[in-house]
Design a protein around this ligand. Structure first.
Ligand SMILES: [Zn+2]
Length: 382
């Protein structure tokens, strides 16, 4: 076990945290006792040193002037060329539309939005394997990950600039969001939430593991050692679950429709708090389950950062989510999570994640407006 993790174990005062740390320590010590343990632990130390170096030399934690609000977006986020955006049921311009609603209705000044940098290859290697990143140089692989078959026949240079570059900007946004959340109490990356991607595998439109990256940066640059992921996208978040499989620093509350993609049973076994809902679950049932789940989570773990994956594919009518939550139900859901964080005085990162209908952008904008009206966020700017 690396020294810094041991220090965190000793510093942790929360009894249930200690239990999770002990389990993690036990698992790690079992792994260490296997054959070739000395060479593998040396390799682990080298990998950890390289990871720290990459995180500390990253430019993604840029300085944000006080007049900006912690809403992160770049026009580079939106994917649209040659009509490929129409080939996936995903509204790939929803990120820009969310901001345009807020700006045109006078809730947000466009000059107060924070523009993130692109996550570089070195940034991505903090979590991803080189082999995985190299696999994205093959358009066929990108087509499978994004579920847009025609991408397979495009030259990879086009795929890099028109598909992967926007996603890398969104990853930069999610990573930066943790820094802003620590400074301001909350931050919303109007993009990201690629929760099906882990270090060595993409899928379900998710090419980069932005949530895992965000958390690793926060561990090192923000001196945070306990993170709660609240994943309320309709799908199971198997990417971050694989990445933090035996990591006691991360508590995962995942509420998802268990009858749809990804059916990842291995990842499921790593969820600390699993709430499975069935196809057809209605608004009232959903919100009742969420109230119970947040109460349990509050008792189980004391996070220093909440990462909220706020997919809107729980909306009634979504072609992939299978749930029947109303637009107002989504607004109430987001308010509950923000209140949960506010009551515990915990910085909160929100990412947009899935949501496959044209109406998703409107609902997300309405939710931001509601949070502002309820005094849970301040987007007025200075
Ligand atoms: Zn989803």
């Amino acid at each position: 076990m690396p020294v810094y993790q041991m220090q965190r174990l000793l510093l942790s005062s929360h009894s249930k945290d200690r239990r999770i740390y002990s389990e993690s320590l036990h698992q790690r010590s079992l792994a260490m006792s296997s054959s070739s343990s000395s060479s593998s632990s040396a390799a682990q130390t080298d990998a950890e040193t390289l990871r720290l170096k990459r995180i500390n030399s990253s430019k993604l934690y840029l300085h944000v002037i006080p007049s900006k609000v912690p809403i992160i977006y770049s026009s580079y986020y939106d994917i649209s060329f040659l009509g490929i955006e129409k080939l996936h049921p995903f509204d790939s311009s929803k990120w820009g539309r969310i901001c345009r609603f807020l700006i045109s209705e006078g809730y947000l000044d466009k000059n107060s939005i924070v523009e993130p940098l692109e996550a570089t290859t070195d940034d991505l290697l903090v979590v991803h394997t080189e082999a995985y990143l190299n696999s994205l140089k093959n358009s066929v692989n990108v087509a499978m990950i994004t579920e847009v078959p025609p991408i397979a026949i495009l030259p990879n240079c086009l795929v890099q600039t028109k598909v992967l570059y926007p996603l890398r900007r969104q990853v930069g946004g999610t990573i930066l969001a943790a820094k802003l959340a620590k400074d301001r109490g909350w931050a919303f990356n109007v993009g990201g939430g690629f929760h099906h991607c882990c270090s060595g595998r993409g899928g379900g439109f998710c090419a980069f593991a932005d949530i895992s990256l965000c958390i690793h940066f926060a561990f090192v640059r923000l001196n945070i050692s306990r993170v709660m992921i609240v994943d309320l996208d309709a799908h199971q978040g198997n990417g971050h679950e694989m990445d933090f499989a035996d990591d006691g620093r991360v508590y995962i509350l995942d509420m998802y429709n268990h009858e749809i993609y990804p059916f990842d049973m291995t990842a499921r076994s790593y969820i600390k708090q699993k709430v499975e809902v069935a196809t057809g679950t209605t608004t009232d049932e959903y919100l009742k389950e969420l109230d119970k789940a947040l109460e349990v989570a509050r008792g189980n773990f004391a996070p220093e950062l909440v990462v909220y994956n706020a997919g809107t594919d729980i909306l009634d009518g979504d072609p992939l989510g299978g749930l029947k939550v109303s637009p107002d139900g989504v607004v109430q859901r987001d308010e509950k999570v923000f209140r949960f964080a506010r009551e515990g005085n915990i910085p909160l990162v929100m990412v947009a994640s899935g949501g496959y209908m044209k109406t998703s952008a409107r609902v997300i904008a309405d939710s931001i407006i509601n949070l502002s009206k309820k005094g849970l966020i301040d987007i007025a700017g200075r």
